[in-house]
Write a protein that binds this ligand. Structure first.
Ligand code: HEM
Ligand SMILES: *[C@@H]1O[C@H](CO)[C@@H](O)[C@H](O)[C@H]1NC(C)=O
Length: 508
């Protein structure tokens, strides 16, 4: 059929069919009606937005673009309790209030599955490969080899923080240099993290860095495209749309030479050789069966980067904006960092003394945060909350996060960025540290699946922040201020702004 100016109706029909979201909508309609019928048991849970069959598409659409508004509405109206939001082909059930968040945080995996939750959120089957969540052997390694050995790897982290910043902010006397944090912070984080993940010299390779940075962004985009299709079509479109094979090939090209060299050493010397001190080596030691293959090791390193780069860099950009927007806090931070350095130098012990730096980061995470809901799970069996409400198998659940952090009943003056509010103030009161999660502080989740990378992330980000305050002056470019956030679905990221850096000017 020709598409000309006389064929208005066929042309729009064609447009409908070739325009994915619209075409999919039609197909989805069917799926939704089937699925909703099975979900009648959720009818006691109040809905935010529309819940009638066709109108609920409006809400599903709104959830995709402005999910944060719906989540805030639900929180304000139904806390403490449950509410639900229509997605294209299912309900998204959200828990609010400490009791119900506690229920989710403690639920065992065979009842509320974190694996199925991340399959849904990131379409892991197609974007990374299902073994990443089916056999998550890297998670205990993050706990034992990364989190518990931070004192040992601290030198590497600090060294790389200095080198990475020297590289993006060249020393130029007293001149200000403009930087777009979105471009630079990801590179800095990628470099520091990968020194610890794969070691020398791979972590410095431009193509390797580009791949691992883009991978995180592309997975998220691809997952959203695949999620537009109803569940029963995903096994067909997922493999068609995925770019995983070429990404894996590229990652394998970078890692194969070092993996093979290490295998040779292992064959010759067993454990009796000077093993590199990085995550790749730990992965090679711990992997079993098919996970020992070069491709699957490469895949696992991609997954590690997926978990860390985006989360850590967006968190840091917010902290950087907070620093630029609140110059009155720079002096107290500098004094604290300098005192800590005098006592312990650039060591993990020195970093642990920096309570204000830690509190600054925690407060920045509280006020901004990367999500309005997290801890997504899929019920594999009927699950009964402590308020007596039961959700059937197959239901998606999550917890409100950002609305908790902005709740005036929990935090004093919640809208105020008060960077030292978590510093120890009384003798009987331990400081609330960036890494401590609670039912009222959920940037890293809480409970069984709280982020295992948070100890590493906090060390990395605090070292970066401490290094910046003692080494640079920072401000927004003339005429700019804290930019508005960008939202999509449950997520929130910092908007673009230009930050000016200059070598710190010592005034006496
Ligand atoms: C500031 C940076 C980071 C933030 C804000 C963050 C946040 C989170 C959140 C909210 C979860 C979900 C918890 C849940 O579903 O209950 C999570 C899980 C996870 N994070 Fe992080 N994360 C960060 C950095 C990292 C880093 C650096 C790594 C790796 C070294 C990492 C590895 C993981 C892994 C493996 C999980 C899954 C845990 C599980 O399923 O048991 N994260 N993270
Ligand atoms: C990510 O997506 C962009 C745009 O679609 C593409 O140019 C790039 O090659 C992709 N990167 C990776 C690592 O797949």
């Amino acid at each position: 059929m020709l598409v000309g100016e006389h064929t208005v109706i066929p042309a729009s029909l064609l447009a409908l069919l070739t325009n994915w979201p619209a075409g999919i909508l039609v197909v989805t309609l069917l799926a939704v009606r089937l699925r909703r019928a099975r979900n009648d048991s959720l009818s006691t849970i109040p809905a935010v937005g529309y819940s009638a069959p066709i109108l609920s598409f409006i809400t599903a659409f709104q959830f995709n673009v402005d999910g944060h508004k719906l989540l805030q509405q639900g929180y304000d109206k139904y806390k403490p309790g449950l509410f639900k939001i229509a997605m294209w082909d299912q309900w998204y059930v959200v828990a609010t209030g400490p009791q119900l968040v506690n229920d989710i945080s403690k639920a065992p995996d065979d009842v509320l599955s974190v694996m199925e939750g991340s399959h849904e959120l990131f379409q892991v089957r197609y974007t990374m490969g299902s073994q990443v969540t089916r056999n998550p052997y890297h998670i205990p390694l993050i706990r034992s080899q990364l989190s518990k050995r931070l004192s040992v790897i601290f030198d590497d982290i600090h060294d790389e923080v200095v080198a990475a910043f020297n590289n993006v902010v060249p020393e130029k006397g007293s001149e200000w240099i403009s930087l777009s944090p979105h471009l630079t912070v990801e590179k800095v984080i990628c470099r520091i993290s990968n020194r610890v993940f794969v070691g020398t010299p791979t972590y410095l390779n431009d193509d390797y860095q580009g791949l691992n940075i883009e991978f995180a962004v592309n997975v998220t985009q691809l997952a959203r495209r695949i999620s537009q299709f109803p569940g029963f079509l995903r096994p067909i479109v997922g493999p068609l749309l995925t770019t995983l094979p070429s990404q894996l090939k590229r990652q394998t090209k970078h890692l194969a030479p070092i993996i093979e060299a290490r295998r040779k050493q292992m064959l010759q010397h067993g454990d009796d050789w000077e093993k590199p001190n990085d995550m790749l080596m730990r992965l090679m030691d711990a992997a079993e069966g098919e996970e020992l293959s070069t491709t699957n090791l490469a895949r696992r390193v991609l997954a590690l980067n997926f978990d860390s780069i985006h989360t850590s860099s967006k968190t840091f950009i917010y902290a950087l904006y907070d620093l630029a927007a609140n110059p009155q806090y720079v002096q107290p931070l500098r004094e604290e960092v300098e005192a800590a350095l005098e006592a312990d130098g650039w060591t993990k012990a020195g970093l642990d003394r920096m309570q204000k730096v830690d509190s600054f980061l925690r407060e920045s995470q509280r006020v901004h945060g990367l999500h309005y809901a997290s801890m997504r799970r899929v019920a594999l069996k009927p699950f009964t909350f402590s308020n007596g409400i039961t959700i059937p198998a197959g239901t998606t659940v999550a917890c409100c996060t950002k609305p908790v952090h902005c709740d005036g009943a929990i935090y004093d003056r919640p809208d105020v960025f008060d960077p030292f509010r978590f510093v120890e103030t009384r003798e009987d009161q331990a400081p609330q540290k960036t890494v401590s999660t609670s039912l009222n502080h959920l940037p890293f989740g809480h409970g069984l699946h709280a982020c295992p990378g948070r100890f590493f992330a906090a060390t990395e980000l605090k070292t970066m922040l401490a290094h910046i305050v003692v080494s640079y002056d920072v401000k927004f470019e003339e005429g700019q201020e804290f930019p508005p956030d960008y939202f999509s679905e449950v997520f929130c990221v910092p908007g673009p702004a230009t930050i000016m850096f200059r070598k710190r000017q010592l005034v006496h």
